[in-house]
Each structure stands twice: as structure tokens, then as C-alpha cells.
Design a binder for this molecule. Structure first.
Ligand code: ATP
Ligand code: MG
Ligand code: FE
Length: 354
């Protein structure tokens, strides 16, 4: 089956065409991502109205490019998928309405996709991750540990009680004078830094449960930066390295704990797997840390390729393909949902903006 996927929930205008074979193998036929970073950089973050207008301007062309690169026409498709939440509502509406129009005009099934499920299932497109597995979802708006039991079947074990991890990276970068988006900038600067120079807190380490807290860490970086100012490039690099090391330590603690619980619950699974997904999963230091943590415990880390960690259309098309293969599709009046937890039983998500 061949699915067109549309992603417009934040600051990437993206469309992709993905093929899924009967036996569940995936192939990306095209994947076009237009980043709006330059439109938002001067504001130090995403401005929703600017994002929505940029999606309106770009989306038709991006969809056409994705179809052309796949060398297909709409009549070749088996379904159209679009992010229908969570995210910035203006952008979500633009992508979802376009998908509905294509679906209606060509009598195709519509797949109204949860953006987080797009991130979550990417590892099945690229690495065939089997169910059940653990999922560390770390992105601009979310930081969660989930048990993934199947398509659409998630159990949330932990979440952030304040900032999302990507948000912590972005805010830390901003206070150190690094450009938006901060995650990749902090990672780059950290490479030249001394991770032992600043003693930063490891919030929640050793605590009950699987929750995260990152705002104290960000504030500690601010205090150290103020004490050290004026900051040289080396100071910034050392702060970034110390910050990233603290993050890696916290993730080590939380994931080790979740893995212990996973093993107790699924004693027959020989090599438990942890999928790491979302924009922050692009961070190589974090990937290396998790890889080590899991390997030590006879488990395996699975991370999608770097370019599929941040927002893209292929992840939405693939989530659509997985759903359609199970006979699911959505009515043409499906609503856009600014908030939409993966696990409806987990209650209201505290903290992070979306
Ligand atoms: P959500 O998926 O929660 O709705 P989003 O779609 O805005 O939020 P993503 O596009 O998945 O988020 O991820 C963007 C986030 O990932 C940003 O906060 C960015 O700083 C962070 N990020 C991207 N690359 C890296 C990196 N190399 N290291 C750390 N963080 C990174
Ligand atoms: Mg983005
Ligand atoms: Fe995302």
C-alpha cells in the first residue's frame, strides 16, 4: 500500500510518500521537509501565526514535490495521512484540511494521525521494532517513557513534571546566546567542552516512578552562567557539555528503572528493546549513552536515522500505513486536536506547552 503523509504541526512543512508491503516492510519513496527555522530564528522560538502562514504558502508545492519525487499521481495512493494533533492548531488545520481535500477528491481513506504516534512508530519503518517495547519519546513538546503494546495501544509510565527535554535544550541554548533551535547547537558546543567543569543537578535521579524534571537543570545552568559571565566560547562549551552530561545521567537512571520493570513484566522477551524517538533522539551523546545503558543490561536501543527523528512527513505516512493495514481509517470530519495524549488514561499532561 502507498500512503501520502502530511506534517504541519510545528515549524516544518513536510510531505512524504511511503510504501508498506503486506509483510510490514516499509520504503520511503519521497520525503520533503521545508524547515521554517529562518522565519522564527529572530524571535528565538516558533511564532504560531507566522508558522501557519508559512504552511499555507508552502504546503501545496511541498505535496506536489513529494508526489513528483515518488513519480506517482494521487490515483496511485491507497490513503492520505495528516497530523491532526497535538501541535499548533493553525498549522495542524492546514495540513489536515489539505489531506481531507485530497481524500475527498480521490475517494481515498483519510488517516488522522497523532503526531506522537508518528514519532513512536518511525522505528518500525526503519528498524522493524516488534511489540511490545519501551519508548523514550523526547521532543520539543514531550518527554515520556511509554510501553508500546501495539499500534494505538500505549501505556504511559512517566512524563516531565515541567519542561520537555527539547524545550530544556532550546531554553539553555537561548540563555547561553546560542541560536534557535538550540538542541543541535548545544550538542555541537558540548563536543569542545569539559563535562566535569560545572556540577549540575540530576533532578529526579533515584526517585520513585519514571517521571522527569528538567527546569531545575536549566536554572542551574543560568546561575552558573551568571557567576561565570562574561562567557567565553570555552565557558559556553563547558556549560553545554556539563548540561548534556547531566541529561545523559538522568536518562540513564530513568531508563534503567523502566527496563527493570519491563523485564519483570515480560520475562519471556529475550532482548528487550527501547525505541528512542522525537527530535532530541537526534542527539548523538544521548544515543551513545542509551546504547551503553541497554547493552550492559542485555537489551537493545533502537533509534531511527537522525533525519527521521525531527518532524517529517514519512513518519506520518508510515503511521497511516500501519493503521490502514489494520483496517483503521478516520471520517472526513475528524477534528484537529491541539492536545492529544498517546495514552488517554494517563491524565492531563503537566508542564510542557503542548
Ligand atoms: P513534539 O514532537 O513534542 O510535538 P516538536 O515536533 O516541535 O514537538 P521535534 O521536531 O520532534 O519537536 O523536535 C524538535 C526538538 O528537538 C527541539 O527542541 C530541538 O532543539 C530538539 N533537537 C533537535 N536536534 C537535537 C539534538 N541534536 N540534540 C538535542 N536536541 C535536539
Ligand atoms: Mg521543528
Ligand atoms: Fe515532533
Amino acid at each position: 500500500m502507498i500512503i501520502l503523509g502530511i506534517e504541519t504541526s510545528c515549524d516544518e512543512t513536510a510531505a512524504a510518500v511511503v510504501k508498506r508491503t503486506q509483510d510490514g516492510q516499509g520504503e520511503i519513496l519521497s520525503n520533503v521537509v521545508l524547515s521554517q527555522i529562518e522565519d522564527h530564528a529572530i524571535f528565538g522560538g516558533v511564532v504560531p501565526e507566522i508558522a501557519a502562514r508559512a504552511h499555507v504558502d508552502a504546503l501545496d508545492g511541498i505535496i506536489k514535490q513529494a508526489m513528483d519525487e515518488a513519480d506517482l499521481t494521487f490515483t496511485d495512493l491507497d490513503g492520505v495521512a495528516a497530523t491532526s494533533g497535538p501541535g499548533l492548531i493553525g498549522g495542524v488545520l492546514i495540513g489536515l484540511m489539505s489531506a481531507k481535500a485530497i481524500a475527498a477528491a480521490h475517494k481515498l481513506p483519510l488517516l488522522a494521525i497523532n503526531h506522537l504516534e508518528g514519532h513512536a512508530l518511525t522505528a518500525r519503518l526503519t528498524n522493524h521494532a516488534p511489540f511490545p517495547h519501551l519508548l523514550l519519546l523526547v521532543s520539543g513538546g514531550h518527554s515520556q517513557i511509554l510501553l508500546v503494546k501495539g499500534v494505538g495501544d500505549y501505556e504511559r509510565w512517566g512524563t516531565t513534571i515541567d519542561d520537555a527535554l527539547g524545550e530544556a535544550f532550546d531554553k539553555t541554548a537561548k540563555l547561553l546566546g546560542l541560536p534557535y533551535p538550540g538542541g543541535p547547537q548545544v550538542e555541537l558546543a558540548a563536543k569542545k567542552g569539559d563535562a566535569k567543569r560545572f556540577a549540575l543537578p540530576r533532578s529526579m535521579k533515584g526517585r520513585e516512578g519514571y517521571d522527569f524534571s528538567f527546569s531545575g537543570l536549566k536554572s542551574a545552568v543560568r546561575r552558573e552562567a551568571e557567576k561565570t559571565a562574561p562567557l567565553s566560547d570555552q565557558d559556553v562549551a563547558d556549560l553545554c557539555a556539563s548540561f548534556q552530561a547531566a541529561i545523559c545521567d538522568i536518562l540513564d537512571d530513568r531508563i534503567s528503572k523502566a527496563l527493570t520493570t519491563f523485564k519483570e513484566r515480560f520475562p519471556d522477551i529475550e532482548t528487550p528493546q527501547l525505541v528512542v524517538a522525537g527530535g532530541v533522539a537526534a542527539n548523538k551523546a544521548i544515543r551513545a549513552t542509551l546504547d551503553g545503558v541497554l547493552a550492559k543490561r542485555d537489551a537493545q536501543m533502537i533509534a531511527p536515522p537522525i533525519n527521521l527523528c525531527t518532524d517529517n512527513g514519512a513518519m506520518i505516512a508510515w503511521a497511516g500505513a500501519e493503521r490502514l493495514a489494520l483496517g483503521m481509517s478516520d471520517p472526513l470530519d475528524s477534528p484537529a486536536q491541539p492536545r492529544w495524549p498517546l495514552d488517554p488514561n494517563a491524565g492531563h499532561k503537566i508542564g510542557s506547552g503542548r
